[in-house]
Design a binder for this molecule. Structure first.
Ligand SMILES: C[S@@+](CC[C@H](N)C(=O)[O-])C[C@H]1O[C@@H](n2cnc3c(N)ncnc32)[C@H](O)[C@@H]1O
Length: 267
């Protein structure tokens, strides 16, 4: 069977030590299995590119549990976070990145729009309509405002993603419909940025070997969340073992980090 849209095949989750939200997102599972996402060495390059300055208003789009937003806040004094669900950041709001706007109470605090939109490890989750995400960013930014972000890019999760595709295809489903990720190339993303009125000022793609502290199975469990993909994870892990597990049993995978900054051109 092949379909262009994934049927809603939800299964009961196994975790008992976390409270996943309606999308299956669990902050505690994320903190346990993927804390490297916001670890200092991994976020240092994009924070350097950001170059936050005291007094700037910065929106951290997809701020997760806000560790990176708080780092930024130490420099700018006040950062705002936005994500699919609430978190503990002082100034935060819930949003769908595909339809971004500034809530009135935040707009009052920042004088209407943000100086900077920042985002780490989020944009590749916004597969539905990447152009709409950029249009939203342009709506909430001041003219000449900066957009600085890092996301998974072309060839991210190479090997693991193909193993997922094979296992899904073998069960008669269309893998693309279940794939939650959008991993653009530099060229593709430049085109989108320019279409929306941004001028890219930096664009790079960098391979990064990423150790998986709790192994590939737990990593998959975190990211495939509450879909039927739970049932194929064992097979995917076995197929990836040869590439992703070393002789001492440690797991790692290859991430490709697409990093960019762009300026919103004044009209
Ligand atoms: C891997 S986490 C990264 C969190 C954080 N930026 C960090 O560096 O730790 C991805 C984040 O993107 C958010 N997210 C995913 N899709 C989203 C969407 N459509 N709209 C808003 N937030 C979204 C999730 O809620 C989560 O907070």
């Amino acid at each position: 069977m092949s379909s262009s849209r994934a049927p809603p095949l939800h299964v009961k989750r196994e975790d008992s030590d976390s409270e996943p939200d309606s999308t299956g997102w669990s902050a505690s599972q994320y903190n346990k299995n993927a804390h490297f996402v916001y670890s200092s060495p991994f976020v240092a390059p994009v924070l350097e590119l950001l170059g936050a300055r005291p007094g700037e208003s910065v929106l951290d789009l997809g701020c997760g549990s806000a560790e990176v937003s708080l780092d930024i806040e130490r420099i700018v004094t006040q950062a705002t976070g936005a994500k699919a669900q609430q978190n503990g950041l002082r100034h935060a709001f819930v949003c769908d990145a595909h339809n971004l706007g500034v809530p009135d109470e935040i707009a009052v605090m920042i004088g209407g729009k943000f100086d900077v939109v920042f985002s780490n490890a989020t944009l590749h989750w916004c597969k539905r309509d990447p152009l709409a995400v950029l249009q939203g960013v342009s709506r909430v930014l001041k003219p000449d405002g900066r957009f600085v972000a890092e996301m998974g890019g072309f060839m991210n999760c190479i090997g693991v993603r193909s193993a997922l595709y094979s296992a899904i295809r073998a069960r008669g489903h269309d893998p693309a419909a279940y794939d939650p990720w959008y991993f653009p190339s530099m060229e593709d993303y430049v085109k989108l940025l320019v279409t929306v009125g941004f001028e890219p000022t930096h664009m790079s793609i960098t391979p990064r070997i990423t150790p998986l502290p709790t192994g590939l199975y737990e990593w998959l469990r975190l990211f495939v969340r509450n879909s039927f993909l739970h049932r194929i994870m064992g097979e995917v892990v076995e197929n990836c073992r040869v590439d992703c597990q070393d002789a001492t049993g440690n797991w790692a995978m290859t991430y490709m980090r697409l990093r960019f900054s762009a300026v919103l051109k004044s009209k």
